[in-house]
Design a binder for this molecule. Structure first.
Ligand SMILES: Cc1ncc(COP(=O)(O)O)c(C=O)c1O
Length: 377
């Protein structure tokens, strides 16, 4: 059939594919980019209330003002991003949609966009849809996937209009130290490049400090959302902020001609996410995830399978060999363990697999470690 050529550069998401393969009976499912916690009940009740009150129509395309005000305040208080008002915020149907709109607003054919290698699976296809040119910035397992000299010199030698940063990171769990972020900002500033800081895992962090580049660099589009922190992946709600209001207005044009706005009652429900009750529920969840991280990392370290300690998100990205990680993920599936192969995250993910501990109990984590150490890799 005769489909548009842009599809040639975009494949089905590997995470969705392997997640559905791992949903079979008897598989220890470590594929999921979500956590086995329910959305806090205050948020659910607020959604019900909003629907009953008739808050079911289109909202302003940028999002309801009350929510944008709360987001601006949060970014000022918690992320030290100054001079933000509701007009600097765009609320959308998930962080993914926001990223899509940012790329569509900035990237023309052949324009360079720098992304880490490995990176979250959707960055590459979104840039390909815009026909941008990807500059891959190498990360190394032996450096705990934190940007080092090779990453910075590749960035220095490129000419990107847009640089992606994602800390805490998917797929590696790495948290970038402040100094590293400042080094990247320094290069961006000299090249007058935009930074897209994907901070969706901001609060899922185990003791390290989160640092937002927008607190020191105005040309940063800070992306965040409700999916991970509040266990709301299916509600589809994300947002971005930028001190340079013009980019928000341009992204809003794309939004108004595509999704129109985020779901009305979901936006009203999200106002509850800023209450101290919900915030303390999130803290409990993060403490639980931290225990799981410790258990998994200790187990994998004891069998020599990991070698670094991820500081956030709910992923580890061990390099299990030099071989083909797609075969490896398929073989592990046969052995009853569902993981995501590493190469769809970038060429340097070859030989790696992404293990998510977001959806498994401590007992299952012990089982996974036992099974992995018994398999001939
Ligand atoms: C790094 C990263 N950014 C963005 C997203 C998208 O989140 P949302 O559900 O808000 O679209 C994800 C989801 O897995 C992610 O891992």
């Amino acid at each position: 059939m005769d489909f548009a050529s842009r599809l040639d550069k975009v494949k089905e998401s590997a995470t969705f594919k392997y997640s559905s393969l791992a949903k079979r009976e008897g598989i220890l499912n470590l594929t999921q980019g979500l956590i086995n916690y329910r959305t806090p009940s205050r948020i659910i009740e607020a959604a019900e209330r909003a629907m009953r009150e008739g808050k079911t129509s289109y909202t302003p395309t940028k999002g309801i003002p009350e929510l944008r005000e709360k987001i601006a305040l949060k970014l000022e208080e918690e992320n030290n991003i100054e001079a933000l008002g509701p007009e600097n915020i765009l609320v959308s149907a998930g962080a993914k949609q926001v990223i899509f709109e940012a790329v569509m607003a900035l990237v023309d054919r052949g324009v360079e966009v720098a992304i880490p290698n490995p990176s979250w699976v959707s960055y590459e296809p979104i840039i390909n849809l815009a026909e941008g040119r990807i500059v891959w910035l190498p990360l190394k397992p032996e450096e705990g996937f934190i940007p080092g000299d090779d990453f910075l010199s590749e960035l220095e030698n490129s000419n990107p209009k847009l640089i992606f940063m994602n800390s805490p990171n998917n797929p590696t769990g790495a948290v970038y130290p402040k100094k590293v972020i400042e080094d990247i900002v320094d290069i961006a500033e000299r090249k007058n490049a935009w930074i897209l800081a994907d901070e969706i895992y901001e609060k899922i962090i185990y003791g390290e400090e989160h640092f937002s580049p927008a607190s020191v660099y105005d040309k940063t589009i800070t992306v965040n959302g409700f999916s991970k922190e509040y266990s709301m992946t299916g509600w589809r709600l994300g947002y971005c902020a930028c001190q340079e209001k013009e980019i928000i207005d341009k992204m809003n044009i794309i939004q108004s001609q595509s999704v129109s706005c985020a779901t009305s009652f979901v936006q009203y429900a999200a106002l509850e996410a800023f209450t101290k009750e919900v915030k303390s529920e999130v803290k409990g969840m993060v403490a639980d995830l931290r225990d799981r991280r410790d258990l998994l990392v200790e187990g994998l370290d004891a069998t020599g399978l990991l070698g670094y300690k991820p500081g956030g998100a709910f992923y580890v990205f061990p390099r299990l060999g030099d071989g083909d990680d797609i075969n490896l993920a398929d073989r592990l599936l046969e052995e009853g363990i569902g993981v995501i192969p590493g190469s769809p995250f970038g060429s340097l993910g070859r030989g790696c697999v992404r293990i998510s501990y977001g959806f498994v109990s401590r007992d299952k984590i012990k089982e996974v470690v036992e099974k992995l150490s018994a398999i001939e890799l």
